[in-house]
Design a protein around this ligand. Structure first.
Ligand SMILES: Nc1nc(=O)c2c([nH]1)NC[C@@H]1CN(c3ccc(C(=O)N[C@@H](CCC(=O)O)C(=O)O)cc3)C=[N+]21
Length: 287
């Protein structure tokens, strides 16, 4: 058996089509949604991600607001940029590209974002709202995973889901999203310290891997027909000496899984589509 591939790129394109319609409706009310990005330093990977976000914005009619600071920018300079975006009515939502250079305080920075403009859904207030079951912007990667599964009729209600990874951007909020009453999945949140990892993953209908460990999930670790989602994205140097990105799922898993969300072409494009969705929602709420 070879797994059916759930195409995140195609699904993200569908979502962008839907957003174009919503952006037009906003334009008729005199509002153009605006997404801000704050990039500190010139890491090529981060620059590429930020460029991708602005390309996405142009595709659906969202205005781009770019702020760039040098790698040696002070916390005060960064705080100043955030204060300015918080006050700018044209900016409905923004993100601070992570990771920040080591001398800057990530926690303090994320806490400075106006929670109403938190396009990433990573502000402590919004993560708290998620814990409590209150409305608020949702973290993009977990939301993108749930949306991709929903649009491909992968049942969550009653499903056993093993999540590998407990990070603040993916694993932990994903566990919270999947256990909301509206999803009602039963989640086992595993991590690299889980002793009986294969036992946990073999018992699952759906395995979602977000550990950042290339090849962590192997074919013997899943039950035949299971749905597998690869969230890993690690830069490795190939045999040819060139850099490339690799996921957390071993390629042989495709022969055993029923459905597979691949990397690339799976969760990444969905994450980007959810960022746009969050900004359009922010604009719809702020008017
Ligand atoms: N504040 C903040 N928010 C983020 O959402 C955030 C961040 N910082 N820092 C870095 C990570 C990483 N991330 C990715 C998003 C899309 C792809 C993506 O679309 N990848 C393509 C492959 C690369 C491409 O073709 O562009 C794919 O999976 O098919 C990858 C990685 C968002 N992040």
């Amino acid at each position: 058996m070879t797994a059916t591939i759930l195409d995140g790129k195609a699904t993200a394109a569908e979502i962008k089509d839907e957003l174009r319609t919503r952006v037009k409706a906003l334009a008729e009310r005199g509002t153009t949604p605006g997404l801000g990005t704050v990039l500190v330093g010139s890491d090529p990977g981060s620059q590429a991600y930020v460029n991708g976000k602005h390309r996405d914005c142009a595709e659906v009619g969202i205005a781009s607001i770019r702020r760039e600071l040098p790698a040696d920018a002070s916390q005060e300079q960064l705080d100043g940029v955030l204060a300015e975006l918080n006050a700018d009515p044209a900016c409905h939502g923004y993100i601070v590209q992570l990771p920040l250079p080591g001398h800057l305080d990530t926690q303090r920075t994320l806490e400075m974002i106006d929670p109403a403009k938190d396009a990433d859904g990573l502000h402590p207030v919004n993560l708290g709202r998620l814990v409590l079951g209150y409305e608020g912007p949702l973290p993009c990667t977990p939301r993108g995973i749930v949306e991709l599964l929903r649009r491909h009729d992968v049942a969550l209600r009653g499903a056993k889901v093993a999540v590998i990874g407990r990070g603040n951007t993916v694993g932990r909020p994903l566990g919270l999203l999947l256990t909301r009453r509206s999803e009602n999945a039963t989640v086992t949140l595993c991590h690299t310290g889980t002793l009986d990892l294969a036992e946990q993953t073999r018992a699952a209908d759906i395995v979602i891997v977000a550990a950042g460990v290339p090849g962590l999930l192997t074919a013997d670790m899943i039950t035949p027909g299971a749905t597998v989602v690869d969230v890993g994205i690690t830069r490795v140097i190939g045999a040819d000496g060139k850099g490339r990105y690799t996921g957390d799922v071993d390629p042989e898993v495709a022969a055993v899984a029923g459905k597979l969300v691949p990397m690339p072409g799976g969760v990444g494009p969905m994450t980007r589509a959810m960022l746009l969705t969050n900004v359009v929602e922010r604009a719809e709420r702020q008017g």
